[in-house]
Design a protein around this ligand. Structure first.
Ligand code: SOE
Length: 404
C-alpha cells in the first residue's frame, strides 16, 4: 500500500503560461455519482486549471434519452449506449466508471487493456477475486504508462487532508485509538423501495461496501497504516421491501449495518460502525484519532471544520485547555488555494473536483495517483474479512498484508 497518505498536497496548477493539453473523458453512468463526477471534471478544469485539461467527450448509459438529458445538463458533447464502443473511441483517453459494483471489473479491465486511464467508483469491486483481477490489470497497464485510481473521494475533503498532514507531522504522537462511524438514515423507513444497493449480486454488500468502505479507506489514509485484522457483527433489519414498480416485495440480500473492531499495523485499536438506519443522521462520517500527544476529530456534517487537541500545549492554563476548532478554509490548507476567500465554505461536490484535479496532475506528471487499485484491493480484503468474521461468530479474522 505504497500510496496511502501521499495525496494531501495541492494539485499543481500549470500557471498561466504553461502549455495545456487536453484529454477526452468517457464517463459511464449518469445517476448520483455521474452527476457528482461531471461537476468534478468541470470544476477541476475551471478552478485548478490543470496542465492536462479534461474535455467532457462522451457520456455512456443504457437509456439513451436519460443519458442525453444528463449530457445536455452537464455539457457532455455526445452520448453512447454501448460502453465497449465508448472505450474504443480514439478521442477518449480516460474512462470514468460510475456504475454499480457488479460492472466495475469488466469495464475497468477492458479500458485498461485498451490503454485508457481509469477512474473507478468505490468500492473497487464486489468480490476480492474481481478486485485482484483489476489490480493485476492496473499493474500491467502501469508498465505502459496507463494510470488508475479508485474514487474514495472523501480523502479530498480539505479538513481530512489537513488531518492527514497533522498525523504525518507527528502532532498526535503515537496513535492509540481510531474511532470511525459512517451514519446515514435513508433506509430507516421500511417503505423505501428495493434498489440495486440492496441486492448482493449488484452491490456486493450493503452498508459495509457502500459507506463502510469509505471509513476503512479514510482511517488507513489518515494513519498511513493498513488494517491487519477485524472482528465483526452485521445485521439486516428489514428483510423485504416493496418493489419500485409496485408489483410486490423483494428480498434484501445485504447487510443493513456493520460494526467491527480492527487493529492497525502499528498496533493502534480501531472501532467502526456503518449503517443506513441511524435515524436523523444524514451523512455523518465521524472520525476521531487519539494519540499520545493529541487528538483529531472530524464530522462530515460540519465538513469545513477539524477539531484538534494539542496535548503538548503546556503554556495554556488547564481551565481553558481543550479542542481547537479549525475552520479549514485558509489558502494554505489542502486544496483551498483556488477556491473562495477564507470562511466561504466548500461542500460535498468539491471533493470530486479535487479528485479529478489530482488524477489529471498525476497523468500529466507520470506519477501514481492514490488510492490505487492495489489500495482498493486491500480495502476489498478488509470488507471480505468483516463479512467472514460476522459469519463465524465475530471470530478474529486476519487481513492479508497489502500488495506493495
Ligand atoms: C449512498 O449511501 C452514498 O451515495 C454512497 O454510495 C456514497 O459513496 C456516499 O458518498 C454517499 O452515500
Amino acid at each position: 500500500m505504497s500510496s496511502i497518505g501521499t495525496t494531501d498536497r495541492q494539485p499543481a496548477a500549470g500557471g498561466p503560461d504553461a502549455p495545456r493539453a487536453e484529454i477526452g473523458i468517457g464517463m459511464i453512468g449518469y445517476a448520483f455519482m455521474g452527476m457528482a463526477h461531471s461537476q468534478g471534471w468541470r470544476n477541476a478544469r475551471s478552478f485548478f486549471d490543470p496542465v492536462l485539461q479534461p474535455r467532457l467527450t462522451v457520456l455512456g448509459g443504457r437509456d439513451r434519452a436519460a443519458a442525453a438529458d444528463m449530457a445536455r445538463r452537464f455539457d457532455w458533447r455526445e452520448v453512447e449506449t454501448d460502453w465497449r464502443a465508448l472505450i474504443a473511441r480514439e478521442d477518449v483517453g480516460l474512462v470514468d466508471i460510475c456504475t454499480p459494483g457488479d460492472t466495475h471489473a469488466e469495464i475497468a479491465i477492458a479500458a485498461l487493456e485498451a490503454g485508457k486511464h481509469v477512474l473507478c467508483e468505490k468500492p473497487l469491486a464486489n468480490t476480492v477475486a474481481e478486485a485482484e483481477a483489476m489490480a493485476e490489470a492496473a499493474a500491467r497497464a502501469r508498465a505502459r504508462g496507463v494510470r488508475s485510481m479508485v474514487g474514495f473521494t472523501y480523502r479530498r475533503v480539505p479538513a481530512i487532508a489537513l488531518a492527514r498532514r497533522l498525523v504525518a507531522e507527528g502532532r498526535l504522537g503515537r496513535l492509540r485509538h481510531v474511532r470511525a462511524q459512517y451514519l446515514q438514515d435513508w433506509l430507516a423507513d421500511p417503505a423505501v423501495p428495493m434498489s440495486w444497493r440492496l441486492d448482493k449480486e449488484q452491490a456486493g454488500s450493503g452498508a459495509l461496501g457502500d459507506i463502510g468502505a469509505h471509513i476503512v479507506d479514510l482511517t488507513q489514509y489518515l494513519t498511513g497504516e493498513p488494517l491487519t485484522g477485524v472482528s465483526a457483527l452485521t445485521d439486516t433489519f428489514v428483510g423485504e421491501r416493496p418493489l419500485p414498480d409496485g408489483t410486490g416485495t423483494g428480498t434484501v440480500t445485504v447487510d443493513d449495518a456493520a460494526v467491527f473492531l480492527g487493529r492497525f499495523g502499528s498496533g493502534a485499536l480501531a472501532t467502526y460502525e456503518a449503517t443506513r438506519y441511524a435515524s436523523g443522521r444524514k451523512n455523518a462520517i465521524r472520525i476521531e484519532l487519539n494519540g499520545s500527544d493529541g487528538s483529531l476529530a472530524f464530522d462530515f456534517e460540519d465538513m469545513n471544520v477539524l477539531h484538534y487537541y494539542d496535548g503538548r500545549a503546556e503554556t495554556s492554563e488547564p481551565a481553558t485547555r481543550g479542542f481547537t476548532r479549525i475552520l479549514v478554509t485558509e489558502p494554505d490548507h489542502p486544496y483551498l488555494a483556488p477556491w473562495w476567500p477564507p470562511g466561504h465554505l466548500l461542500g460535498y461536490e468539491h471533493g470530486f473536483a479535487h479528485q479529478a484535479a489530482d488524477l489529471l496532475t498525476a497523468i500529466a506528471e507520470g506519477t501514481d495517483p492514490a488510492p490505487s487499485f492495489a489500495d482498493g484491493l486491500h480495502i476489498q480484503r478488509v470488507l471480505d474479512a468483516v463479512l467472514s468474521s460476522a459469519a463465524h461468530g465475530s471470530a478474529w479474522t486476519e487481513v492479508p498484508a497489502p500488495v506493495p
